[in-house]
Each structure stands twice: as C-alpha cells, then as structure tokens.
Design a protein around this ligand. Structure first.
Ligand code: GLU
Length: 341
C-alpha cells in the first residue's frame, strides 16, 4: 500500500505543487507507507519536454523521496487499451459524437468550477438506436467514449465518503458529474480513466491532492468499483510484485485548500515568479519552502525553516482540517520572505 505523487509534467512545479507534494508525502510517511511517483503525461499536448526531470529533481531537493520505478502513463497505453476494451465489452461505455459547442448549448449552466455535466444526447442515441451509433463509429465519424454513469438520483449513483480535510461528502454522480469522457476524440485516454486505473493497479490507498478534485473523487470511487467488478486490479500491483493489499478497499482521501496569489488567483505553472526553478535560482533553501508549506498546512503557527522529517514530526490531519476553508493567499514578496527564512 502506498501514497503517490501524481504530477502532470506541464511545467516547473510551483509553490502550490510543492505544498501538495509535501502533504502527500507526510500523509503516507505518517502511516508508515511508501510513496510512488507517477508522471501523468498522458495528455500529450499539455506535456512540456523535460518537465519530468525537473519534477524528480525538485522532489529530491525538497527531500521528498519515493520508492520503485517512476511510472510514466505515456508508456502504459497497451495496458489502457486492454482495460478500455474490457469496460467496453461490459457495456459501460458509449460513443459520443457531440462537439464541445453542441454540449455547451444543450447543457444547463453549472455553478462554480465550470464543470459541464454532459446532457446525455448520445446516451439516448446509444440506448434507443444502438445500430445507428455503431454504424457511425464504423464509418469513422469522430467520437469520444463516455462512461455510462448512473442517472441523476439513482440509488447506485449516490457516493458517500469521508475526506480527511473537508469531512463527510455526499455526491449524486448523475447530477454532479454525469457521463464523463474516458477516451477523447483525439484518441487519448482521459484523466479520470487512467488515474483511477493506475491508483488501483499501483496499490495506492492514500490519495492527497487539491480540492479542485474533490468532486472527481466520487466518480473515481464508482469507477474503481466497476473496474473491480470486471476483474481488474484483483491480482497484481502492476509491477509484478506480491499483492499484500485489499484492492476492494476504497483509498483514504484528503483534499487540500488551494494556494492563490495575492490577487486571489490560483497559482499557475506559467507564472514563473513562484516556480521552484526561480526560487532556487534566487538562493531559496529547501527548508524554507518546506517550512512555508508546513505552515500553510496548519502544522506550525508561523512559517519557519524545517526539513521534511521535522515537518513529519508535527504532521497531523486534524491540524490541516482546522485551516480548511481558507484558500491561502501567497504574498507578492514571498521570494524575499523565503530567502530570509
Ligand atoms: N495529475 C494531476 C495534476 O497534476 C493530479 C491527479 C490526482 O492527484 O489525481 O493535477
């Protein structure tokens, strides 16, 4: 059983990524578990060549170690193909021919995080005219593949889980997420599919990440169960090693408040001033970054330099829970503050 770092190599890690990585490492280590490193480079257009080497280097610099081989999603396509075919055979997927504009036009406006619930156009086509849908696929019409999730309000689509930071969660899959895409029309596998499968196959039972993925967790819990129902994930940890974990067990989840800049905008990799490359060039020490992130996690009263083992000594999810509800604003002069730490 393990925790995991699951970065997307789309640029240099910034302070917000370091904070999420530290939290994931502390959580797994506090449970006496190992960390795995999985490079989520499946979304090829977003990948920046060389960013995976930065990630490995920055994690090592922060003193956050991992075990085993680094898993690259881009090298697992044959495995994804096989599992995808199994899900297809189980009747869990259907082809979707809608364009983005069509989906947007047919959708009820969503609040908050711009998540658009698919209005079900091609699900109806698939249910009512399966031959027509199959013929359009055979004819080579551009299509994505969607997961046929429980309908809104269906009993089997109610997902309850306890988040270690945000507490009890209660989602109705059909209305909160709907039929998400598992394979895009450009042929690439989608985040929700590969992340759920890889967490299952890698024996990950401790998942720590930003609160923007809280809602996705409901879907991943459901999809994980469907994978298990299809006999996937029961016999191997994906690396040929022994199986010492109970795959049916749902992982423990913790979602973190996000780090914003001083203007209240979420930190982004394209803004260089808070990326680790820039901070390191300025002479900032890893202990300053770890100490600042430990403070952001609620582990200490005031930011002060410390290394990762020292942060581990004060780690407790109850402390992180006490600071949830405040997304943290990183001040503009953070570079200078970290340098002085
Ligand atoms: N690769 C995703 C990201 O960098 C994180 C996925 C996850 O933690 O589930 O945002």
């Amino acid at each position: 059983m393990s925790g995991r770092f699951a970065p997307t190599p789309s640029g240099r890690m910034h302070l917000g990524n370091a904070y999420a990585m530290l939290a994931a490492w502390l959580s797994a280590r506090a449970r006496g578990e190992e960390m795995r490193l999985r490079i989520e480079d499946i979304d090829v257009p977003r990948v920046m060549p060389g960013a995976d080497a930065w990630i490995r280097d920055d994690l090592a610099w922060l003193g956050l170690d991992w075990s085993g081989d680094v898993v690259y999603q881009s090298r697992r396509t044959a495995l994804y193909d096989e599992v995808f075919a199994t899900l297809c055979d189980a009747g869990l997927l259907y082809p979707c021919f809608c364009s983005r504009a069509e989906i947007r036009a047919a959708s009820a406006p969503q609040e908050g995080d711009r998540f658009i619930v698919y209005p079900g156009t091609c699900r109806r086509l698939h249910d009512e005219h399966p031959d027509e849908a199959a013929a359009r696929v055979r004819a080579g019409e551009r299509h994505a593949w969607r997961l046929a999730a429980p309908h809104a309000g269906a009993r089997e689509g109610r997902i309850l889980f306890d988040d270690r930071v945000y507490g009890a969660q209660d989602y109705d899959l059909g209305s909160a997420l709907g039929d998400v895409v598992l394979r895009r029309s450009d042929g690439l596998y989608a985040y929700q599919f590969v992340v759920t499968l890889d967490d299952l196959l890698m024996g990950v039972d401790d998942i720590v990440r930003g609160r923007d993925l809280l809602r996705s967790t409901a879907l991943q819990i459901w999809l994980r169960q469907r994978l298990l129902d299809c006999g996937i994930g029961g016999g191997s940890d994906g690396s040929g090693g022994d199986v010492r974990w109970t795959p049916a067990q749902t992982p423990d989840y913790a979602h973190l408040p996000l780090l914003d800049n001083a203007a209240g905008v979420r930190l982004a990799k394209r803004v260089r001033s808070l990326d680790l490359g820039h901070l390191r060039e300025q002479g900032v020490r890893p202990q300053a970054v770890v100490g600042y992130c430990a403070w952001a996690l609620g582990l200490v009263e005031r930011p002060r330099a410390m290394d990762a083992p020292e942060a581990l000594a004060c780690f407790d999810w109850r402390r992180a829970r006490a600071v949830c509800g405040r997304d943290l604003k990183v001040p503009d002069d953070i570079g200078a503050r970290l340098l002085a730490m």
